[in-house]
Design a protein around this ligand. Structure first.
Ligand SMILES: [Zn+2]
Length: 83
């Protein structure tokens, strides 16, 4: 499932959970989240450009989210599953 980032529309009406944004797994075709699950403040989906595709760790996160595993070569013909 894709990982989306939601953040409160209005900082003053948010809790610590949604003020800085939170990540939400969302089924493809599912309805977008409209309110913070903790405080009920209106939230909106963020385009989390900094988290997607730029850094190696971002790629790892996406790969992991997609069900791939990163393998590290530890020796001749041997691989260690890192997660
Ligand atoms: Zn909240």
């Amino acid at each position: 499932m894709p990982l989306h980032v939601y953040q409160a529309k209005e900082g003053g009406k948010s809790c610590s959970y949604c003020r800085d944004g939170f990540e939400q797994l969302e089924a493809l075709g599912g309805a977008p989240m409209l309110r913070c699950p903790r405080c009920g403040a209106a939230v909106e989906k963020q385009w989390a450009a900094a988290r997607v595709g730029r850094s190696e760790s971002g790629f790892d996160d996406r790969a992991r989210g997609a069900g791939f595993h990163k393998l590290k070569k530890t020796g001749a013909g041997e691989y260690e599953r890192q997660y």
